[in-house]
Write a protein that binds this ligand. Structure first.
Ligand code: SAH
Ligand code: SF4
Ligand code: F3S
Length: 474
């Protein structure tokens, strides 16, 4: 590409539109040669942040003119948007790579690209360079918007292209993006994390906390509403610290109030709330709102003060319990869900007893439970008293049993209620049924047809099947 450099725009996003055009021409050339459309498949691992990034990646690929292929192994371009929160997330990626390169699925002309959190880890990239050298493109979390440029570089050079930034202050907006659902969308309100919980790799792979300007966020919500979106989810690792440290920026609760004013938006969700930064103002704003959903995800991690301290979570069990009960008092119909880690270094049976005790008191509507996974270079990785597999298994089972018992009981309480459901899709189990979610995030299946998708309808909750309902439209 030398010699043409002076005409390549330096500013983003103009630069990427230039490369999208170039990649489009390359695709057209290739399609003429092979006499069929070139296809892509994006496989996403990890959290809502990655899901949102994948929508941007798909948007770029569609703008280039690639055709979506449902089956990963049959696509001409396979992109893995990776996660590295626990070791099993890494193992899944290696497994998929091995599968694609195995003798039944190998294809010489396939392009394999990897991006996302796992690629921000030097050891993972080294391993891929060594053992999976057939991978064509590797990029990270800070330059998702650059996919078209990297595809062009790869086409020109033919070898493995690696582009990973340690961090960035740049937030590139207005890149094409392709929503999975026409009626709901995630919106990043901030990137990165500054909390450094001692077990967690996110601050290392996603960088420092950066809030987007509220006026950009509101403009994006307005555009989504004009485009038919009815439910939005504001995304950040710790949404409660939105805007902190930025002069004249809104707080998270003020941002929610602004979002509420956008006409056409009927439901507002957010993820994730760190208990240490949850303000009384937020509880009030939620309580007084018709649009903010009756659900809060409030990760506990552990109910033991000793473990919470070692985790650097910055709250005590009593502070957490008081907060959760205050939320329940102010907003009685709210669902509270959580994340719990079992087997953090130094955790004993008594510490797990404390976790079970918090669960009894807060009565979670749902919980994700994880076995602690050692992440390299995090402080917890070198702490003494790493817990054995056997102890983890026993303690994990205790926690899981309690989660199931309580969330079943919480779900059952809604039997007979008539509640609003946003219909999302045709049910997996029965084509005559549709599935959707309550404001509390609980899933409901009821008889209905495709025409209901994207609508908010009243449904009577007839039969609780542990973690979901069978209902009837009324
Ligand atoms: N920012 C969010 C969490 C994002 S990660 C928050 O602080 O609430 C999602 C969940 O993964 C965490 O809540 C935690 O329960 C779990 N997790 C993170 N690191 C982990 C590790 N090393 N081992 C096991 N679980 C982990
Ligand atoms: Fe990880 Fe803690 Fe940040 Fe959540 S708040 S992403 S658990 S460091
Ligand atoms: Fe995983 Fe990265 Fe999310 S590590 S959980 S995809 S922020």
């Amino acid at each position: 590409m030398k010699g043409k450099e002076e005409i390549i725009p330096e500013k983003e996003p103009q630069r990427q539109y230039y490369f999208i055009e170039m990649a489009r021409k390359l695709r057209e050339e290739k399609e003429r040669e092979i006499k069929r459309p070139l296809t892509f498949h994006v496989t996403t691992f990890g959290c809502q942040m990655n899901a949102r990034d994948s929508e941007k990646l798909e948007g770029i690929l569609k703008a280039i003119g690639y055709t979506y292929e449902e089956k990963e192994e049959e696509a001409d371009l396979v992109l893995f948007n990776t996660c590295t929160i626990r070791d099993n997330a890494d193992q899944k990626v290696y497994g998929r790579l091995g599968y694609l390169h195995g003798k039944n699925h190998y294809r010489k002309d396939r392009i394999i690209a990897l991006c996302g959190c796992m690629m921000q880890e030097v050891t993972a990239v080294e391993k891929i360079k060594k053992s999976y050298s057939f991978v064509n493109i590797i990029f990270g979390t800070h330059n998702v918007y650059k996919l078209a440029e990297l595809l062009c570089i790869q086409a020109a050079q033919g070898n493995m292209v690696i582009d990973i930034l340690d961090g960035t202050d740049l937030i590139v907006e207005d890149i094409p993006n392709s929503r999975k659902y026409p009626f709901k969308s995630g919106i990043n309100i901030m990137y990165g994390c500054n909390n450094f919980c001692t077990y967690c790799i996110v601050p290392y792979v996603r960088g420092r906390e950066r809030s987007r300007p509220s006026k950009d966020i509101i403009r994006e919500i307005e555009r989504l509403a004009e485009d038919g979106v009815r439910e939005i989810m504001l995304l950040g690792q710790n949404v409660n610290s939105y805007g902190k440290g930025i002069k004249d920026e809104l707080s998270f609760s003020k941002l929610l109030k602004e979002a509420e004013r956008v006409e056409g938006i009927e439901r507002i969700r957010f993820m994730t709330s760190h208990p240490k930064d949850l303000s009384d103002e937020l509880i009030e704003v939620m309580r007084d709102s018709d649009k903010i959903c009756r659900h809060i995800h409030l990760p506990l991690q552990s109910g033991s003060d000793k473990i919470l301290k070692r985790m650097n979570r910055s709250y005590t069990r009593q502070q957490y319990i008081d907060l959760a009960l205050k939320i329940r008092r102010e907003i009685p119909d709210i669902a509270i869900t959580t994340d719990i880690i079992v087997g953090f270094p130094g955790e004993t049976k008594e510490d797990v007893d404390d976790t079970l005790d918090v669960m009894e008191k807060v009565r979670y509507d749902g919980a994700f439970t994880f076995i602690y996974s050692k992440r390299s270079n995090t402080p917890a990785a070198t702490m003494p008293d790493q817990v054995t597999k056997e102890q983890n298994r026993v303690q994990f089972d205790r926690v899981l049993k309690k989660v199931q018992e309580i969330s079943k009981e919480m779900a059952q309480k809604r039997t007979g209620n008539i509640e609003k459901v946003l219909v999302e899709e045709i049910s997996d189990h029965d084509a005559g049924f549709v599935s959707g979610r309550l404001s509390s995030n609980l899933v409901v299946h009821f008889e209905g047809s495709e025409s209901l998708i994207g609508q908010i309808v009243d449904v009577r909750l007839d039969e609780c099947r542990n973690f979901y309902y069978i209902g009837k439209r009324v």
